[in-house]
Ligand binder design. Structure first.
Ligand SMILES: NC(=O)c1ccc[n+]([C@@H]2O[C@H](COP(=O)([O-])OP(=O)(O)OC[C@H]3O[C@@H](n4cnc5c(N)ncnc54)[C@H](OP(=O)(O)O)[C@@H]3O)[C@@H](O)[C@H]2O)c1
Length: 266
């Protein structure tokens, strides 16, 4: 008789699952037998991911196309999930975007939209599912922040600030859930191959010329393993770990100058 997979009978909701790290995170959960609810705006790619993972791993995968940056989207998604008779054991808050450049002269909608998606939607979904996880004493939350979370980011100020929020919020919940059986991990990738950098404009910064970006598959695997171990923070790769570990120890002025230089156009 085949051995029962770790996630069988559980469902993971993965946001930002039409491309990039979210697709690979969804695959990690699917491989272990979790059913999936996949969310992003692009319906076509989302359906393709759902069909591929469902047939490859013999799980159920439900695509729901939705703009999570819209006001109240988190609650709207939760209502949609409930109306379909689905449930969520693990919440993977992965959807996010960044915009490179000085804050002065930036597009207001783009800047506020980052807060709505990277922070507001993440908090809304967590607020819905967190109490249910604690009551059931299982499941948990995997939040995707960034190495940007460890210091302020001149020339990408709002993005860095949103990720600092995600890291701080995640660590606080990790402590609140201690001893409950509910897991909370904050995945902090450094530069990773995906559509993110072209969308954010960070492919033209000095930072983009430093080292080789990691693959989204390896980043996702590290995040998934860290979540299963209930690691509070998962920084991907030795170089990123070193930089994230050094940032709070160095004089803040020096860190700000370094980041501003790295975020400057080539
Ligand atoms: N790549 C990196 O270098 C890097 C480094 C550190 C952290 N991260 C973080 O990793 C996470 C995933 O990024 P990625 O690299 O995989 O980027 P990506 O390839 O651009 O994927 C982003 C995902 O989020 C979805 N998304 C964007 N806006 C959305 C919205 N308004 N509503 C619902 N879904 C939305 C996108 O789908 P649609 O466009 O179809 O909606 C896509 O599925 C993000 O939180 C990012 O900040 C990335």
């Amino acid at each position: 008789m085949a051995r029962k997979r770790k996630g069988e009978g559980q469902a993971a909701l993965v946001t930002g699952a039409s491309t990039g790290i979210g697709v690979d995170l969804a695959e990690c959960f699917a491989k272990d037998g979790y059913d999936l609810i996949l969310v992003a705006r692009s319906e076509g790619p989302l359906k393709e991911v759902a069909m591929r993972l469902a047939s490859k791993y013999k799980i159920t995968a439900t695509p729901i196309a939705m703009d999570l940056g819209a006001m109240g989207a988190g609650q709207k998604l939760a209502n949609e999930i409930k109306s379909r008779g689905l449930f969520v054991d693990v919440l993977v808050n992965n959807a996010g975007y960044g915009i490179a450049g000085a804050f002065a002269g930036s597009d207001e909608a783009g800047q506020l939209g980052m807060i709505d998606l990277n922070v507001r939607a993440l908090v809304e979904l967590t607020h819905v599912y967190w109490p249910k996880m604690l009551a059931k004493k299982r499941g948990g939350i995997l939040n995707v922040a960034s190495t940007a979370a460890f210091q302020p980011g001149p020339l990408m100020a709002i993005y860095y600030a949103t990720k600092a929020f995600v890291l701080s919020f995640s660590e606080a919940l990790w402590k609140e859930s201690e001893g409950t059986g509910v897991h909370v991990s904050c995945l902090c990738p450094g530069p990773t191959v995906s559509e993110f950098r072209a969308r954010a404009g960070t492919d033209k910064t000095k930072l983009s010329r430093v080292g080789k970006p990691m693959s989204s598959a390896s980043v996702a695997r590290m995040g998934y393993r860290g979540f299963q171990r209930n690691d509070r923070v998962v920084v991907t790769g030795a170089r990123n770990k070193l930089l994230a570990g050094m940032a709070p120890l160095l004089p803040r002025g020096m860190v700000l100058s370094m980041v501003k230089d790295l975020q400057s156009p080539v």
